[in-house]
Design a protein around this ligand. Structure first.
Ligand code: NAP
Length: 260
């Protein structure tokens, strides 16, 4: 059985690790796919292929050519295009598809969150909220913030930002998981008064939200883009590993083959 994991997330890597260890049924082959955006990605165990497929049709071809039996879309909640491509390709190639999507964050007591539908909407909210912005939305899409002359930005990303960025800004290159102490330190050292984040969910980047709450800072939270409907969804790598085991169990066995 050949499983393709569309990755680029902590959850995708954890799923690959689970499949390489305890959950691995005999004869299960895993290929991890990365977009190739990060210069030195943390590679998951198993085979890895890097780069786009050439749209939904290219992905469907890849599924057929490489005899993929199950597809897991474990991409980032803000990777809007690939999830729709995965749904179309899986339907076209008749390959079972599961989406592994970490749940979004929810505001708790003491949080001062301001929702935005896009990076542009987030930028429009900022002048009313503060002047020293911790921008954690990634290295792309920073053009949305270039018109905000009077504000200072600390831009944090894994690799250096791409394209235009706000005129008054500094870049902090770092990669999660982040600690609460570390995030408190960033807010204090840079005298941050607003945090901007995507609603990425997950524990690795959540400490900034706790640090902002403690410091009484507003947080602009960019809502997630839409996802394709009618795709079964699980919230964690363990559930995804169980789904793969079930798919594996449904497959016809060759007498004397793996699993017999
Ligand atoms: P996107 O807008 O949904 O995808 C753009 C194109 O990149 C896709 O059409 C596809 O190209 C290619 N692609 C995306 N994910 C791929 C994968 N896992 N394997 C092979 N090709 C892939 O995605 P994005 O926002 O640029 O994100 C790219 C990758 O970074 C994703 O894998 C995602 O998990 C990861 N990531 C994204 C974010 C974020 O905030 N967007 C954050 C952390 C990690 P083709 O059409 O040519 O197949």
């Amino acid at each position: 059985m050949h499983v393709l994991i569309l990755g680029g997330t902590t959850e995708a890597r954890t799923l690959a690790e689970l499949l390489a260890q305890t959950h691995r049924p005999p004869g299960l082959r895993v290929t991890n796919s990365l977009a190739g955006r990060v210069a030195a990605p943390r590679l998951p165990p198993g085979a890895v292929r890097i780069g786009g497929f050439g749209g939904a049709d290219g992905l469907a071809d890849w599924l057929r050519t490489h005899a993929v039996d199950a597809l897991v879309d474990a991409t980032h909640p803000f990777a809007g295009t690939i999830s729709f491509n995965a749904a179309r390709a899986a339907a076209g190639a008749r390959v079972p598809l599961l989406a592994l999507r970490r749940p979004g964050w929810t505001a708790g007591d003491g949080d001062d969150w301001h929702e935005a539908g896009s990076l542009e909407e987030a930028a429009a909210l900022l002048p009313g909220l503060g002047s020293r912005i911790f921008l954690t939305t990634g290295r792309t899409g920073l053009a949305a913030f270039t018109g905000l002359d009077g504000l200072w930005f600390l831009v944090r990303s894994v690799d250096p930002p791409e394209g235009p960025r706000p005129p008054c800004s500094a870049v902090l290159l770092d990669r999660g998981p982040f600690t609460l102490d570390g995030e408190r330190d960033v807010l204090r050292r840079h005298r941050i008064d607003v945090v901007v984040t995507k609603d990425s969910g997950g524990a690795a980047t959540a400490p900034k939200l706790t640090a902002a709450r403690e410091a009484g800072l507003p947080v602009v939270v960019v809502r997630r883009p839409p996802v394709p409907g009618a795709v079964p969804v699980v919230a964690g790598p363990e559930e995804a590993a169980r789904w793969i085991a079930e798919e594996y169990g449904r497959r016809p066995r060759r007498p004397g083959g793996p699993g017999h």
